[in-house]
Write a protein that binds this ligand. Structure first.
Ligand code: UDP
Length: 479
């Protein structure tokens, strides 16, 4: 088990974005929680320190928790490739798909428990009775029982799910139930994701939020974004001034390059970038974005260029499907004629410096004319809030948490059928052809994020839940 220690962020750095009334409300809530939270540590356990929405959000929650004076920690659960293949299967089942189609039987429970065992020891050597332990997603879910038996409070935070359960989701839940039912509370990004057996009083809904001052979302000039895209090899633009702000407020110059399939000839600054930023996960449907672009956008808009952007597949340890999905896209790309090849870049961003990677994503999102998130399923989809925060117009699937973010016809176009490539292409094309509409969608998207998806809302909900759980623990100890 690894310890990750983000630097603390004071809550008042959010004031320029939230205004002082909202910031004060949060500070008051934290102050009111002190009698119950002081003396307890709030632990978070997930399975990766970088790559994907959970790591992104934890960096923020832990930093602001520490800044607010709550002793907040982050641990990373370790497993081997076989274990992560199993948990990816579970992830896919909870999203209603077969994934690799493998079983979830006795052997898989044995593998799950065997991987969990040393991690139980590792966590029990760190926590104290009375602590609050937030266990994120299926990978570390097997820890809940030991945490509860130790006298701490396990809270299971599930970032994935599906609105309409099907036989696959049921299989996933059947596997997980013995583990996660040991948690004292469960938190979902949407209410519809809770399994049918979860008692309503044990379920809390907390949608994620983005940090407006992280390297991923911090203000960045159009000139700097264009220079960064030049420096990393995505665009044929002048790389001079490829500077970005790190989370600690210092400025650095971009040093690394992306690995790009289709890097020559590079599109120039006049290209209209259509972008999807995602892990290389089948459910994000990068190949579908590629096909929809090739058939519905490229032939009709000579300046449109598609960039599919994901983390370098060597950097994301808990996502064994990544390389296969990238390979599938690469195969499609190799099958194109030369003219079309020059219209598409498959971009893998280096992950060895999380801040630099985040700034690359920041630049890509900011420079995009249209941002797509054509997921087939989506727990929340932080990339959507990230793009809207940068005032980008969205074309996205009407699935899961995306529907909570994009307001159809107001901040973007929502596609009722994520598999409808014609509708996808038409929606992208419509925005490329109507810069005023694209601009209006973008502006309203930014406002929507300001209203609903900034950290004060999320932190407030966590403070409320943690205080409630600590109060319950105190009552049971006294009783
Ligand atoms: N992301 C990143 N680097 C990349 C690609 C993606 O940091 O090269 C980030 C992205 O900006 C977002 C997160 O990974 O913050 C993805 O979160 P989301 O909720 O969209 O999906 P998840 O990966 O959790 O399924």
């Amino acid at each position: 088990m690894l310890d990750v220690t983000p630097a603390p962020h004071k809550l008042d750095r959010l004031i320029p974005f939230t205004g002082s009334a909202r910031a004060e409300q949060l500070t008051d809530a934290v102050a009111a929680s002190r009698p119950l939270l002081d003396g307890r540590t709030v632990w978070n356990v997930n399975s990766t320190a970088a790559g994907g929405g959970v790591a992104e959000m934890l960096a923020q929650l832990v930093a602001y928790g520490l800044g607010a004076g709550v002793d907040t920690r982050w641990l990373v659960f370790e497993g081997n490739p076989e274990f992560f293949a199993l948990t990816k299967r579970l992830h896919n089942r909870l999203h209603g798909t077969a994934g690799d189609g493998g079983p979830l039987g006795v052997t898989e429970h044995e593998l799950f428990l065997q991987t969990t065992r040393p991690e139980v020891e590792a966590i029990l050597s760190r926590i104290q009775p009375g602590d609050l332990v937030i266990v994120h997603d299926p990978q570390p879910a097997g820890l809940c029982e030991a945490i509860a038996n130790f006298g701490a409070v396990p809270i299971w935070r599930c970032h994935i799910g599906m609105d309409d359960p099907n036989p696959y989701t049921n299989e996933g839940w059947d596997f997980l139930q013995p583990y996660v039912s040991k948690a004292h509370a469960m938190v979902f990004s949407r209410g519809t994701y809770a399994p049918t057996w979860a008692a309503p009083e044990d379920v809390t809904v907390i949608a994620p939020a983005l940090d407006p001052l992280s390297a991923k979302n911090a203000p960045m000039s159009a000139v700097a974004a264009s220079a960064i895209l030049g420096a990393i090899g995505v665009l044929d633009t002048d790389p001079t001034g490829a500077n970005y702000m790190r989370d600690d407020g210092t400025t650095r110059t971009m040093t690394r390059r992306a690995i790009i399939v289709g890097d020559e000839p590079r599109p120039g600054s006049d290209a209209h970038l259509v972008v999807q930023v995602s892990r290389w996960d089948r459910l994000k449907d990068m190949p579908g974005v590629l096909s929809g672009f090739l058939s519905g956008v490229a032939p009709h808009h000579p300046q449109a260029h598609l960039a599919l952007v994901g983390p370098s597949t060597v950097g994301v340890v808990d996502d064994p499907e990544g390389q296969q999905v990238l390979d599938d896209c690469t195969e499609i790309w190799h099958g194109l004629d030369e003219g079309l090849r020059g219209r598409v870049s498959l971009v893998s961003l280096p992950m060895d410096d999380a801040q630099e990677n985040a700034a690359m994503v920041n630049a890509v999102q900011r420079h995009a004319s249209v941002v797509a998130q054509k997921s087939l399923m989506e727990g929340f989809g932080l990339t959507v809030a990230e793009a809207m925060w940068k005032a980008r117009p969205m074309v996205a699937s009407m699935v899961g948490g995306i529907s909570d973010q994009v307001v159809d016809g107001v901040t973007g176009s929502l596609l009722p059928d994520p598999a409808d490539l014609d509708a996808f292409g038409a929606a992208v094309l419509a925005l490329l052809a109507d810069p005023q509409l694209a601009h209006d969608f973008g502006e309203r998207g930014e406002q929507r994020v300001r209203d609903v998806f900034l950290p004060d809302r999320q932190l407030g909900q966590w403070v409320e839940l943690l205080t409630r759980m600590a109060a319950r623990m105190q009552r049971s100890t006294v009783g």
